[in-house]
Design a protein around this ligand. Structure first.
Ligand code: IDC
Length: 459
């Protein structure tokens, strides 16, 4: 009997120890990017995401480019390779609503194609133990209410179909713009109930005003499992935007950085490594989840693959672009460099106009263009090199060959009169030193096409 008791005691001791050491191992791994998958179901606790063991989990991932533009990367081998190279645990599926073959701008066959891509991605991420974000990628539609009915139908169809899955996060409006929080709230209060009908506790991300920048200016929804999107592009959004994050956290707003880039808000231009590092360190410190833009080989610096890389898996370091390599190193905790370097991944010569002036130099560059119904959208980046006098305020006039409308813009204020766009600074770029630069004035213009800059003047 005595022997039996001591065997039991010994057994309990050994078993107990093993359990304890397993517990320690789990809690040490909580912040490991893979730990999230050990206890998949996610909840919110204060501003933090927690798993079903109540451990804080930080999601890190990469976003696809528009699913209609780059469907080839919705591929198990791609996801698996990115998971191991970047040590990410999340893939975001950017399904545009209005741009090229968007969910709302395209036809039914197109909608079915998009849904089939989502379906594949849901399966692949599940098999790979990753999370997936289904992103209703509004952009030029501005106010999400424009397609609220389509959104309701889409999300209820998704959630009903995937109600048994715990690895899906629903992002209901990528970047509302030219609209207010009360409009977004109105939209969210229609779409979230459609989700809750089938899934009480799935995480939802809602976009915030001004292209998901104003996390500091919102009042929370009553839904318990909703997070609020903050997006940044390190070349454009710096300390003042990090302050928005800090103030949101103080107000107990759960923030999810569902999209960020190292370049400027156009998705192109030079990378700002030191600002990216500041951002990611702040996010890591606060265990805020983040997703980098974008998985594609598009000729823009935010694409993680080089343009000449036609592969969809088996990437070598030399297949990744400058931002791809930097992010891979940061995500996988390798040393990253800080220096500002011009990216090699630049858009080749598109219309470029340089003021023939020995004083200030203005460069207006069309980075990108696409159709929007019968209109043409084009994305421009404007840089100014000042003359040898410090200015405390400045004005830039750009005259085009035809009339324009601005649909998005960043880092300036403007007025349009005839074909002339008059740009004035915002608080942080008002002052420019002698021979200093004003970088990253960006805009998306709507016109009838064939747009050219005829004249610029800077004073
Ligand atoms: C950009 C893409 C670009 C595409 C454009 C379409 O990088 O190739 O032509 O959209 O409008 C966002 C948006 C995201 C943008 C990205 C870069 O969520 O769709 O992608 N950006 O401009 N918000 C801020 C930046």
């Amino acid at each position: 009997m005595k022997k039996f008791i001591s065997i039991i005691l010994l057994f309990t001791l050994v078993f107990g120890c093993t359990t304890a050491s397993q517990k320690i191992e789990v809690s040490q791994n909580v912040n490991d990017v893979y730990a999230a998958t050990t206890s998949k179901k996610l909840h919110l606790k204060g501003t933090k995401i927690v798993n079903s063991k109540n451990q804080t989990v930080q999601l890190k991932g990469l976003s696809t480019h528009g699913l209609s533009w780059y469907p080839q990367y919705v591929n198990k081998k791609t996801f698996s390779k990115l998971k191991s190279d970047f040590k990410i645990n999340t893939i975001r599926l950017a399904m545009y609503t209005e741009e090229y073959n968007g969910y709302c701008s395209g036809n039914k066959a197109n909608r079915n194609k998009l849904k089939s891509l989502i379906n594949k991605a849901v399966q692949y991420t599940k098999e790979l133990n990753m999370y997936v974000i289904i992103d209703w990628h509004i952009l030029s539609d501005g106010n999400p209410n424009k397609h609220v009915n389509a959104a309701k139908t889409f999300f209820s169809e998704m959630v009903k179909k995937y109600k048994k899955e715990d690895h899906i996060i629903y992002e209901i409006c990528n970047e509302p713009n030219q609209t207010s929080w009360s409009q977004i709230k109105k939209y969210a209060n229609k779409v979230i109930p459609a989700i809750r009908k089938y899934k009480k506790d799935a995480l939802v991300i809602v976009g915030t005003p001004t292209w998901s920048q104003d996390v500091d200016k919102i009042s929370k929804l009553s839904d318990k499992y909703t997070m609020y999107a903050l997006h940044f592009y390190a070349g454009t959004h710096k300390q003042s935007y990090r302050n928005k994050l800090t103030s949101a956290l103080k107000k107990n707003v759960p923030v999810f950085v569902s999209e960020f880039g190292m370049c400027d808000a156009s998705g192109n231009g030079s990378l700002n490594k030191s600002e990216t590092k500041k951002w990611l360190e702040l996010l890591d410190k606060n265990k805020i989840s983040y997703v980098g833009w974008n998985i594609s080989n598009k000729n823009e610096s935010s694409a993680i693959l080089k343009t000449d890389c036609k592969k969809t898996s088996g990437f070598k370091t030399s297949d990744y672009s400058a931002s791809g390599i930097w992010l891979k190193n940061y995500f996988s905790k390798k040393k990253v460099t800080n220096e500002k370097k011009k990216v090699e991944n630049k858009t080749p010569s598109k219309p470029k106009v340089t003021t023939p002036s020995t004083k200030a130099k203005v460069t207006c560059k069309m980075m990108n263009s696409w159709n929007d119904g019968s209109k043409k959208m084009s994305q421009w980046n404007v840089n100014i090199k000042n003359n040898n006098k410090t200015k405390s305020k400045w004005t830039l006039k750009i005259t085009f060959n035809k009339s324009i409308k601005i649909s998005q813009y960043w880092n300036f204020k403007y007025k349009i009169s005839g074909n002339t766009l008059t740009i004035t600074p915002v608080s942080y770029n008002k002052k420019v030193k002698a021979n200093g630069k004003i970088d990253n004035l960006g805009m998306i213009i709507k016109s009838s096409g064939g747009l050219k800059v005829v004249k610029t003047s800077f004073s």
